[in-house]
Design a protein around this ligand. Sequence first.
Ligand code: SF4
Length: 463
Amino acid sequence: MEQLVKFNTELIKRYDVAGPRYTSYPTAVQFMEGFDAEAYVRYTTGSNNELIPKPLSLYVHLPFCHSLCYYCGCMKKVTRHEHQGAQYLELLLREVEMQGQLFDHDREVVQLHFGGGTPTYHDDQQLQTLVAQLGRHFSLSEDDSREFSIEVDPRTISQDRLAHLAEMGFNRISLGVQDIDPAVQKAVNRIQDPEATLEMVEQSRQLGFNSVSIDLIYGLPLQTVDSFSRTIDTVVAARPDRLAVYNYAHLPHIFRAQRMIDAKDIPSPETKLKLMELTIDKLTDLGYVYIGMDHFALPEDELTIAQREGGLQRNFQGYSTRRECDLVGLGVSAIGKVGDCYAQNLKDIPSWQSVVADGKLPIWRGISLTTEDRLRRSVIESIMCHGEVEFERFEANFAIDFHDHFAFELSQLKQLEADGLIEMGNDAFTATAEGRLLLRAIAMVFDEYLQASQSEPKFSRVI
Ligand code: SF4
């Protein structure tokens, strides 16, 4: 069932604490450097030996960009020296080969995502070479149901290039827009023509891309409620299948690029709240379903269907379908999830390049999940994806008595229940329409690591 969402300013203000976005559990903060390539290989072998090995999902990180967007918090390298990108790709082909050897070839790749950085920094021939290498070392699905997606910077691409991406097998596309207002674009150093971008949505459809997604950001410098309202109206006129509307978190002590933003131009917390409310009201009025944490989709989009049918997952791209897959991370800083482990590649390009050039897997850190981690991951994912937790499911899968095992957490939830974030029953609890905007506050109750460390905040806030 599609769930309702309701904006409650007071509640959002009260629960505006720094917290993880739960794209994994345990979160990357808990990954350990003692988890090395050898440990990772044990998990890949184990995953091949499962009774029915899982299909695969590949994430490929392409970190190069031509220019710097000042709000950026991604792992990227901004350079106009394209030979650096070419050098990176050469080594990426080697990593693909090494990783491909770890997985049985009959394990089909049903999901593929090129993320960045700017994947389209590389020209069509380079991207084609990379796709061909993936096809040599993995079994890329040829079924219509496969989800092969690529993040596209509209400033780097023409209609011809879009057609080439479709020919390479991509059938999902994600376009970075952020804001169409000229003053905001200038303040964040990302000038792009909105009309050309929106034409691209139409062209993508004509080329057969099944799902077109647009990214926006609220809370950027110089944004006002009126200007962002125009941005939403303009973008929605093209009827993208999905919209991700992120909250800009100004953390210049962590992300150097953000030091270029004049803090006095950033909307006040009150304005940000209004921007958030505007976004939710407008998009839901226009027929988009609120999936959770910044994501909206049309009712017939596969993300909405996955939520309806219980197949949605949180992963490093936000929300995704294909919960059944093992995820292989390729490229600098990429994170994989294989069996009961997470593994992350080295996160700076020179170190990643030097290890791959030596013919070794560039694993930097990771974590082996305990049974307790798996249980809590499952509970947290149920909250983040479906806004509900049915105790029986966890009792059956993990041989626990939910009330006994989570006595402390259930006592903590009483406050959230009193505040109207959840409705508690004997056998389940459900996020209310107001609570659906505060899913991570509910999930945080079940985060054992957060309970243990109340040190300085490492995460962004709701507003
Ligand atoms: S926002 Fe995207 S395009 Fe801009 S610098 Fe960051 S990774 Fe590159």
